[in-house]
Design a protein around this ligand. Structure first.
Ligand code: XMP
Length: 319
C-alpha cells in the first residue's frame, strides 16, 4: 500500500537498478519537485549525483543561499552553483514584453545548463522533476506558458544536443505525494510546502523591463510580506502570495519629508487548482501592518496596494 516510506524505498531501488554506477546530473531550482528528486537521488546514489543550480538573479530573498545551505552544506549533496545574474539581466535589458521575457529566461537557462552539463563529461543521465500533472499537461498542449523550463526538455525526450538519458523518478506522482515523499526524505517542511514560484521568477513579477534595482527592492518587500504571513499563521491558508513591482513612481510623505518612489502591489490568492482563484481576504489590520513595514523598511517604495482581482478575470501573476 501507499506510504511515503514505501514509495521512497521502491524509487530508490529502481533508481539504483537503472543507473548502476553511472553519473547523473540534475538541474536544481529550489522548487519542490527538483528538490525532492535531489534528495531521492542523493539517498539512492550519493556521490554519483551532481546538481547544477543556476542562480538567475530573479530568485527570492536569500533563496540561492538557502538552496546551497539545505543541499550542499546540510545534506552533503554535490551542487554546482552558477551565478548567472548578470547574464540574465543583460539578456533581459530593454525587453518589456512578458512572453518574450519568459522565452529569454527559459532559453538562457537551457543554454547555461547545457554549458555546465557539457563540462560533466562522465554524466550518462539527466534527472528531472517531472511529475504526473506535467506529463498530462504536456500531452495536451505544447504552448502552455507554465513549466517553460521543463517543457524544453522533458516531454518526448531530449533535444539532440543532450546525449543523456532521462531519469524521471517522480513521473507517476501527484504533487501531494511528492510533498509527502520530500518530508519522508528529510527535507524541511517549510521548503516542501512552499507556495509555487514560477520558473521565470521575479522576471514576471517586475512589470516591463527587468532591472537589478527593481529586483532588489522587490525581494525585500516580498520577504516582509511572506514573513508576516508566516508569523500570523496565514501562509498555509493562502495558496500563493507575493509582491509585484510596478515601475511607476508615486508621491509619499514620511517623517523625512516628501518621497517620490516606486509602488508595489501585494497579491495573495486561495485556489485548489490554480486555474481559478479568489483573492485572499486577508485581515485589514494585517495588510495595514505589512504596508507600514514595507514603506518604512524598504527604501525606494512609497506606496503599497493590494490586488483584489480574482481569476478570472485576472491571472494570478501580473504578467
Ligand atoms: P497565472 O498567472 O497563469 O498562473 O494565473 C497560474 C500558476 O502558474 C504559475 N505560472 C508559471 N509557472 N512558468 C512557471 O513555471 C511560468 O511562466 C508561469 N506563469 C505562471 C503561477 O505562479 C501560478 O502558480
Amino acid at each position: 500500500d501507499w506510504t511515503p516510506g514505501n514509495i521512497a524505498d521502491d524509487a530508490i531501488a529502481s533508481i539504483r537498478e537503472k543507473v548502476g554506477t553511472d553519473e547523473v546530473i540534475l538541474g536544481l531550482s529550489g522548487g519542490v519537485d527538483s528538490s525532492v528528486v535531489a534528495a531521492l537521488l542523493h539517498k539512492a546514489i550519493g556521490e554519483q549525483l551532481t546538481c547544477v543550480f543556476v542562480d538567475n538573479g530573479l530568485l527570492r530573498y536569500k533563496e540561492g543561499d538557502q538552496v546551497m545551505a539545505t543541499f550542499a552544506e546540510h545534506m552533503g549533496v554535490k551542487v554546482i552553483r552558477i551565478d548567472a545574474e548578470q547574464r540574465f539581466l543583460d539578456a533581459l535589458a530593454g525587453e518589456n514584453d512578458p512572453e518574450k521575457k519568459r522565452k529569454i529566461i527559459g532559453n538562457l537557462f537551457v543554454d547555461i545548463f547545457e554549458e555546465e552539463s557539457n563540462k560533466l563529461k562522465a554524466a550518462k543521465w539527466l534527472a528531472q522533476g517531472t511529475i504526473y500533472p506535467d506529463v498530462i499537461e504536456s500531452a495536451g498542449s505544447k504552448t502552455g506558458k507554465a513549466h517553460v523550463i521543463k517543457s524544453h526538455h522533458n516531454v518526448g525526450g531530449l533535444p539532440d544536443y543532450m546525449k543523456l538519458e532521462l531519469l524521471e523518478p517522480l513521473r507517476e506522482l501527484f504533487k501531494d505525494e511528492v510533498r509527502k515523499l520530500g518530508v519522508e526524505l528529510g527535507l524541511p517542511y517549510d521548503m516542501v510546502y512552499r507556495h509555487p514560484f514560477p520558473g521565470p521568477g521575479l522576471g514576471v513579477r517586475i512589470l516591463g523591463e527587468v532591472k537589478k534595482e527593481y529586483a532588489d527592492i522587490l525581494r525585500l518587500a516580498d520577504h516582509i510580506f511572506i514573513e508576516e504571513l508566516r508569523k500570523h499563521d496565514l501562509y498555509n491558508s493562502t495558496s500563493q502570495a507575493f509582491a509585484v513591482f510596478l515601475p511607476i513612481k508615486s508621491v509619499g510623505v514620511t517623517g523625512d519629508g516628501r518621497r517620490y518612489e516606486w509602488v508595489v502591489s501585494l497579491r495573495a490568492v486561495e485556489t485548489i487548482d490554480f486555474m481559478t482563484a479568489r483573492w485572499a481576504h486577508l485581515p485589514y489590520e494585517f495588510l495595514d501592518h505589512v504596508c507600514r513595514r514595507i514603506v518604512n523598511e524598504v527604501s525606494g517604495i512609497s506606496r503599497v496596494v493590494y490586488d483584489i482581482t480574482g481569476k478570472p478575470p485576472g491571472t494570478i501573476e501580473w504578467e
